[in-house]
Design a binder for this molecule. Structure first.
Ligand code: FEO
Length: 175
């Protein structure tokens, strides 16, 4: 089944959105590297890699559907933040925006009756739900920790022990 042109355009845009997301998280990791919070830096670095894998998954999908990949420039990410809480608030907004984008893609796939694309996008919708949940949980705990250095360092250590979700590599498409 040939990929619908509108869906193809949106999937190409999503390659860029995911790469932008990867770059945003890398900037967050770099910001944390300038602070004592090496665990949060590691968390953000891991997230950046996951977003990169998401981009590659969309890339491979467009290739596999025999459509044309058209890459666009990746925007410069925000580089300075006020606090760990501020970073995670940005992260949550970032994930909510990606969830909105994937929902739009899913709706278009539904309109053009592309069930194979819907299958891919369902995987991403589940992934987004997980990512939003993880960030929300960290945000809640950061709010509880407030400005208490000891509590913040406990959270930082925990963040540093984060493993990749693995989910990003299991959905096929070579990503
Ligand atoms: Fe791939 Fe978290 O957006």
């Amino acid at each position: 089944m040939t990929l619908n042109p509108k869906l193809s355009k949106l999937l190409n845009e999503q390659i860029n959105n995911e790469l932008s997301s990867s770059y945003i998280y890398l900037a967050m990791a770099a910001w944390f590297e300038q602070t004592p919070y090496s665990g949060f830096a590691q968390w953000m670095f891991t997230q950046s890699r996951e977003e990169n894998m998401h981009a590659l998954k969309f890339y491979q999908y467009v290739v596999d559907r025999d459509a044309k990949v058209e890459l666009q420039p990746v925007a410069k990410p925000k580089a300075s933040f006020k606090s760990p809480l501020d970073v995670f608030e940005h992260s949550l907004r970032q994930e909510q925006e990606v969830t909105r984008q994937i929902n739009v893609l899913f709706e278009v796939a539904e309109q053009v009756k592309d069930h194979a694309a819907k299958n891919l996008l369902l995987w991403f919708l589940n992934e987004q739900m997980e990512e939003e949940k993880t960030v929300r949980e960290m945000l809640e705990r950061l709010k509880l920790a407030g400005n208490d250095p000891a509590s913040l360092l406990v959270l930082d250590r925990e963040a540093g022990s984060r493993k990749g979700s693995g989910g990003s590599t299991t959905g096929g498409a070579g990503a």
